[in-house]
Design a binder for this molecule. Structure first.
Ligand code: ATP
Ligand code: MN
Length: 467
């Protein structure tokens, strides 16, 4: 028997050398049989599209054909022919089929139209469905787009630690890292756990952000970005929060607020444009099956200028809306953090465009943000998106040593943990800033999926660490 090189489905569907012998391997999506002919739709994950195998049942063992059910894995060899059917240009007239693995009849992904919750319970197999295949391919392309953008713009990819001894950043609740025997914890006379004999000799946790170390990188290399896992033990069961997510954090020396906002807008548009160019088939599928406004929304973001809006003006608009009868679940007034519903009101109803909000009250933002001359607001810049709410959180950093220390003291952050960070302000301090983008929030936006658990292969959320 001939030994043909495997062709991926994505490539076979592009070929027009009809009459050639081809071999494809993949998982059976459907198998329809009639007396005269069988049709097998085969997918190998290289594209959302299936290749159609045309099988003359009289030339095959009936027992073999019976085992070629949805989910089974096969290798098929035959002749590439122009398709008579609709929706595909070519198909394969099968000559030989090898069954790698039949599929038990209780295959959980057999039925179409299962709920996303059901899919999450079978996250180990949901990757084989059309929707999750599309989402994961888009996720890949977005990761490449991000590296490409920063590389093209002269940023260095900078690796910050996942294990950290600083609990000062306050970006979220932390997961502890220890090798201590939790069944037999030694405590000091004040009832505090003794860490001196722990692996690192002190209390350590998983990082909630690489920013502080990123600032060390930026104040040496000029401009850097991180792209890595981030952990937050926030007990918030929302469709936009994960306990383990991926974050992108560029940090730039000598940048001012206006340029930082430009960077945020330019970067995110680049990523969305990239998706529109490289993920067309998958986006069209999602637009058809998940969210019919998806493509319009993506094209809108690329086309529109993002609104620049101060927090104070934003609050004024929200208060006007409340006066005009608009109901919100949570109250809102100057000094309060915006809830997602407020952010989405501004973006989806008021401006109908993405909004970059700036100059927040210092009380609701982190200690490192640069204080404005008014003494009340800081140079934070959050990017607010339709459907998502906050997609980016960024700021110009406080570069003045005394002002930074004052903020640390005001918030009673333990100084002993911060000495290395403060050194950047003692030795050749410079104006700088950056932002954090939650990778999964970007994927949510680009795919039109509704729940952040459905844009990462194996989600980690409160009470759930399966697979
Ligand atoms: P939120 O207010 O939505 O909880 P945050 O203000 O705590 O977010 P930042 O500390 O500013 O978030 O983090 C930067 C970015 O990281 C956010 O803009 C968001 O895109 C993303 N992000 C934050 N927390 C999570 C999470 N738990 N899961 C997924 N992405 C997150
Ligand atoms: Mn934020």
């Amino acid at each position: 028997m001939d030994k043909l090189q495997r062709t991926k489905v994505v490539d076979v569907l592009r070929r027009t050398d009809f009459g050639a012998d081809v071999n494809v391997k993949g998982w059976v999506r459907t198998h329809r049989s009639s007396k005269a002919v069988d049709f097998i739709a085969l997918n190998d994950g290289s594209t959302i599209k299936n290749v159609q195998l045309v099988v003359d049942p009289t030339h095959f063992d009936a027992e073999l054909l019976k085992q070629i059910t949805t989910g089974a894995c096969i290798s098929a060899t035959g002749v590439l022919v122009e398709s008579q059917g609709q929706g595909q240009s070519s198909e394969i007239q099968c000559r030989d089929i090898t069954l790698y693995g039949g599929c038990a009849t209780d295959y959980p992904m057999q039925k179409k139209g299962q709920s996303f919750e059901y899919m999450r319970q079978h996250a180990h197999l949901r990757l084989r469905t059309n929707t999750f295949g599309a989402v994961m391919r888009i996720r890949h392309h977005m990761a490449i787009a991000i590296h490409q953008y920063f590389h093209e713009h002269g940023f260095f990819y900078f690796h910050t630690p996942l294990i950290t001894a600083s609990d000062a950043e306050g970006a979220g609740e932390m997961f502890q890292v220890t090798t201590k025997n939790l069944y037999d914890l030694e405590k000091d006379e004040n009832g505090k756990i003794i860490y001196s004999d722990d692996f690192f000799g002190k209390m350590t946790s998983l990082t909630v952000s690489g920013q502080l170390e990123g600032e060390l990188g930026a104040t040496a290399l000029g401009q850097i970005y991180t792209f890595g896992p981030t952990f937050r033990a926030e007990n918030s069961n929302t469709p936009r929060h994960l306990a383990e997510f991926w974050m992108i954090e560029p940090e730039v020396a000598f940048i001012e607020l206006a340029d930082l906002m430009h960077l945020e807008e330019d970067f995110i548009k680049y990523c969305v444009r990239w998706a529109l160019e490289k993920c067309r088939d998958d986006l069209e599928f999602l637009n058809k099956m998940i969210d019919p406004t998806l493509l319009d929304r993506l094209e809108g973001v690329v086309r529109e200028d993002f609104v620049r809006l101060t927090y104070t003006d934003g609050i004024r608009i929200l208060e006007e809306a409340v006066k005009g009868g608009r109901k919100f679940e949570f109250p809102i007034s100057w000094g309060m953090d915006l809830a997602s519903e407020h952010e989405r009101f501004l973006v989806e109803e008021h401006f109908k465009k993405p909004v970059i909000m700036t100059d927040y009250p210092k009380g609701i933002k982190a200690f490192y943000m640069k204080l404005n001359d008014d003494g009340k607001t800081v140079q934070g810049t959050d990017v607010l998106f339709p459907q998502i709410g906050e997609i980016i959180g960024g700021s110009v950093r406080e570069e003045n040593y005394d002002k930074l220390v004052a903020q640390i003291e005001e918030r009673q952050i333990p100084m002993k943990d911060m000495w290395w960070y403060l050194d950047t302000r003692r030795y050749g301090t410079c104006p700088h800033g950056g932002f954090g983008l939650g990778f999964e929030r970007l994927i949510l936006f680009v795919t039109g999926m509704q729940n952040i658990r459905d844009v990462i292969p194996f989600p980690r959320t409160p009470k759930s660490a399966e697979f």
